[in-house]
Ligand binder design. Structure first.
Ligand code: AMP
Length: 284
């Protein structure tokens, strides 16, 4: 059966009301790839119905970011969703989500101001607000997100906990290209040279993880390894390299003499020309 496309809040409410059994939600911005499909497969395995949302959320983009040129291919998206056995696709317009007079914004505090939040002020307010709206609209039993966006996972965990959403969160592993580059809709922007150079990101993370697995526990040494590895790639411009605790994403610095003791996330943001990519790896 073809996937059912829904564009308005009103029809979503109607159709959601008719679903019986458990519902899994997979929020996306479209231009789907294997990473998105792995979330959908997980949702399929664990729920009676799967709802995917496609919405390029303007409030999570800064004024100089790529909102207007964010890649879109709705025909291809729909055929992938069909194949994946998705029941409903909610693909609203911006006006449907943010009608005239809309002014709310959810601020989850310090966790939204570090790392991606520091580079992209307001980003996580936009993310938290749209995700809360999607939770309310789709009433899922489970919602699926990618570990690729590690800070987003931490922010959504806090959203669910602080605002008492009644659902289970699932964070799925990062799906990578065969050379290690994390799949991302934004990889589409890379020139062939930049695409080749971008493998420096996963190389840096994997090398640091090898050292961690070999017993290295000094946070700053691991961060420096990432900086040095990325520094060797002329097309790469590192924005930050972070080694932070997995829950709050606070930098591991003065605590424990800068030694890693609990699960930690090594993450980075890096530019190749106009394209900004992020990736991370869990240590521990
Ligand atoms: P996006 O469309 O980029 O907003 O991503 C939608 C969801 O897919 C988010 O939860 C992302 O973390 C997740 N995602 C994006 N890339 C990957 C990937 N390479 N592997 C697994 N999940 C991913």
């Amino acid at each position: 059966m073809a996937v059912r496309e829904i564009q308005t809040v009103k029809s979503l409410r109607l159709v959601r009301g008719m679903l019986t059994g458990s519902v899994g939600l997979v929020p996306t911005m479209g231009y789907l790839h294997e990473g998105h499909l792995s979330l959908i497969q997980a949702a399929r395995r664990e729920n009676d119905s799967v709802i995917v949302t496609i919405f390029v959320n303007p409030t999570q983009f800064g004024p100089n970011e790529d909102l207007s040129r964010y890649p879109r291919d709705r025909e291809r998206d729909f055929s992938l969703l069909d194949e994946a056995g998705v029941d409903l696709v909610f693909i609203p317009s911006v006006d449907e989500i943010y009608p005239k007079g809309f002014s709310s914004s959810i601020d989850l505090g310090p966790i939204t101001q570090r790392l991606e939040g520091a580079s992209r002020p307001g980003h996580f307010q936009g993310v938290a607000t749209i995700v809360a709206k999607l939770f309310n609209l789709t009433q899922p039993d489970r919602a699926y997100f990618g570990q690729k966006d590690a800070q987003q996972c931490a922010v959504i965990r806090k959203l669910v906990s602080d605002l008492n959403f009644s659902l289970e969160l699932r964070f799925e592993p990062t799906v990578r290209e065969s050379d290690g580059l994390a799949m991302s809709s934004r990889n589409f922007y890379l020139s062939p040279e930049e695409r080749q150079a971008a493998v420096a990101i996963s190389r840096a993370l994997f090398r640091a993880k090898e050292c961690y697995d070999g017993g290295l526990r000094q946070a700053e040494t691991l961060r420096r390894m990432v900086r040095d590895e990325i520094g060797r790639e002329p097309l790469a411009k590192l924005e930050y390299a972070s080694l932070a605790d997995a829950l709050e994403l606070e930098e591991i610095e003065r605590q424990n003499d800068g030694q890693i003791e609990r699960e930690a996330v090594l993450s980075l943001a890096c530019r190749f020309g106009r394209t900004r990519l992020i990736d991370n790896i869990v240590l521990g």
